[in-house]
Ligand binder design. Structure first.
Ligand SMILES: [Zn+2]
Length: 224
């Protein structure tokens, strides 16, 4: 395996370790099937032999998708995105690329998902969508599950929930009231998940669901 990729869940989920100022990049694989999540690094950074079959965004901010069109120009590959972020993706002000001095208008997503959807990855894995608007209208958390297994494998939280923190709501498309509502729903979800379930955010190190439930101040606001 080319250096720079850390296996986080068995031989199934990997994180790019050196994303620098970009967001965290993950890929999930089921045998030969590979789903690349938040592709902010291009193909040259992928391990040898790993060829993505689909791309998926936790939300449509450009630091999470810099390399998106390079993959789609090179291969016919579907892009999955929450339906409420379709407009975010299409607007360089809303997707934030203008702030980086690189205005981008990527081609639209080929597949729009909604809250509660289950997205199949290969034969044995699914991503369950939990819509958590607030950072952007379509921000979503994704619960990675193995078919026929009781225990999920990971919770991917994008820029909604970070270790000890949350995503900002003051960018275009952000909404503080929606974020508060999403955090209430997430807290209920986290209580239903195993405390040692790995939690993977769009920036920063990995955490665990139980740790965030206990120590993340934004999940323990005084009104709760
Ligand atoms: Zn973001």
């Amino acid at each position: 395996m080319r250096s720079g990729w850390i296996p986080l869940v068995d031989n199934i989920l990997f994180k790019y370790a050196d994303a620098g100022r970009h967001a965290s990049v993950y890929f999930v694989r089921d045998k030969d099937f590979v789903c690349l999540i938040d592709p902010s690094v291009d193909e040259r950074h992928l391990p040898e032999g790993v060829v993505p079959d689909m791309l998926l965004l936790t939300h449509a901010h450009s630091d999470h998708f810099w390399a998106i069109d390079e993959y789609r120009d090179a291969m016919a590959i579907p892009l999955y995105l929450h339906e409420a972020d379709a407009a975010t993706l299409a607007d360089p002000l809303l997707n934030g690329s203008v702030l980086f001095g690189r205005p981008l208008v990527p081609a639209p997503a080929s597949h729009l998902f909604g809250d509660g959807d289950s997205i199949a990855l290969g034969d044995t894995l699914t991503l369950k969508v939990i819509h958590t608007p607030g950072h952007t209208p379509g921000s979503s958390c994704l619960l990675l599950q193995q078919t026929d297994a009781q225990k999920p494998l990971a919770l991917i939280t994008g820029d909604t929930l970070f270790p000890g923190s949350i995503g900002r709501t003051d960018l275009a498309g952000g909404d503080q009231a929606q974020m508060a509502e999403s955090l209430r729903a997430l807290k209920t979800l986290l209580k239903s998940l195993p405390a040692d379930l790995v939690l993977l955010a769009g920036h920063g190190p990995a955490s665990m669901c139980g740790r965030e439930l206990q120590y993340n101040p934004f999940l323990n606001a005084p009104h709760d």
